[in-house]
Design a protein around this ligand. Structure first.
Ligand SMILES: Nc1ncnc2c1ncn2[C@@H]1O[C@H](COP(=O)(O)OP(=O)(O)OP(=O)(O)O)[C@@H](O)[C@H]1O
Ligand SMILES: [Mg+2]
Length: 306
């Protein structure tokens, strides 16, 4: 299916077709075929501004604008872009941890903008795993406790298919990220990469429908990073977990179904890339320049299935 919007042009195939009632409300968007498939994540006209002034315009700083995104269950998407382009801000909005200035985000069909904080927290607990760029481990809890805590605080119970209890599953996950010998260590007693792996195990424990990860391999050596990448894609395959990963790691981006490039707070189109490459020879990257016409914000890495 092709969608054409006025602001950012993009292609969506039948795997990424959005919820139809939402689409009909969007000006200048044409739906060419119908699908009953529902995206796990659907973002329309998303924008984020903050009160701090943009020194160049003396206006409130616009961090994100005109973001459109549709991600189907089981899909893997890499979001790339230079430092400061808005990747972490976008991920925080997708997780409902921050409030958009414009637009809407639907998670599993629910409009997060129409929920109160408690409802958003419940939806997050039910559907989401989040790996923060800054880990966000609790300093007074051990590695094992940090992994278990969100599940202990939620009503959600780990899948019973393995027959293991919560603690055993947490220990197993910590072993899978190579920390079986560090269960009782506190964050301050762990290296940066080890803390990151605890954060990864914590995000996996609830077997989320959608895993949002901000630079999940950013602090890891190549070997450990590869192990974590393999683990994320095992989860993706075993449980149809949708992956939305912010990364500077080309090995990780290459494993994803799609790659989207964020520049100055907007997903870049082919036309933008062509314009830049004409004005600055050699600037186009394979991440953004090899897409098909019409202009698109995403580079499919695998063929679509539906
Ligand atoms: N609360 C805020 N107030 C003012 N400016 C902010 C705020 N949060 C983010 N920014 C600015 O918005 C821009 C995008 O920040 P963000 O952290 O999303 O970038 P990023 O793409 O994740 O970068 P990196 O790759 O370095 O992690 C940056 O220029 C940052 O300084
Ligand atoms: Mg960031």
């Amino acid at each position: 299916m092709f969608l054409v919007s006025r602001a950012c042009l993009f292609i969506v195939d039948s795997r990424t077709s959005p919820v139809l009632p939402t689409i009909r409300s969007h000006e200048n968007v044409f739906v060419m075929s119908e699908s009953v498939n529902q995206p796990i994540l659907y973002v329309e006209n998303l924008g984020k501004s903050v009160a701090s002034l943009d020194a160049s315009t003396n206006q409130p700083l616009v961090i994100l604008h005109d973001i459109h995104l549709s991600v189907m269950p089981g899909e893997s998407l890499a979001i790339i872009g230079p430092s400061g382009s808005g990747k972490s801000t976008l991920l925080g909005l997708l997780a409902g941890l921050d409030t958009p200035s414009t637009g809407s985000i639907h998670l599993a069909g629910e409009n997060m903008g129409q929920m109160n904080e408690d409802q958003r927290a419940a939806l997050r607990g039910e559907k989401l795993g989040f790996i923060f760029q800054s880990f966000q481990l609790l300093p007074t809890f051990t590695a094992l406790e940090n992994v278990m805590l969100p599940m202990e605080l939620s009503d959600k119970h780990p899948s019973g298919e393995s027959g293991l209890g919560l603690q055993q599953q947490a220990e197993q996950l910590l072993s899978r990220v190579g920390l079986g010998e560090r269960l009782q260590h506190y964050p301050a007693q762990l290296s940066g990469g080890e803390q990151q792996r605890v954060a990864i195990a914590r995000a996996f424990l609830s077997r989320p429908a959608l895993l949002l990860a901000d630079e999940p391999t950013g602090n890891l050596d190549a070997h450990t990073g590869q192990r974590i990448i393999d683990l994320m894609f095992e989860l993706n395959t075993e449980h149809q977990t949708t992956l939305v990963l912010v990364t500077h790691d080309s090995t990780l981006a290459d494993r994803c179904d799609r790659v989207m490039a964020l520049h100055d707070g907007c997903f870049k189109t082919n036309a933008d890339v062509e314009k830049e490459s004409q004005s600055t020879p050699g600037i186009a990257t394979s991440d953004t320049a090899s897409t098909t016409t019409p202009s698109t914000t995403s580079t499919p890495k695998k063929s679509s299935t539906a």
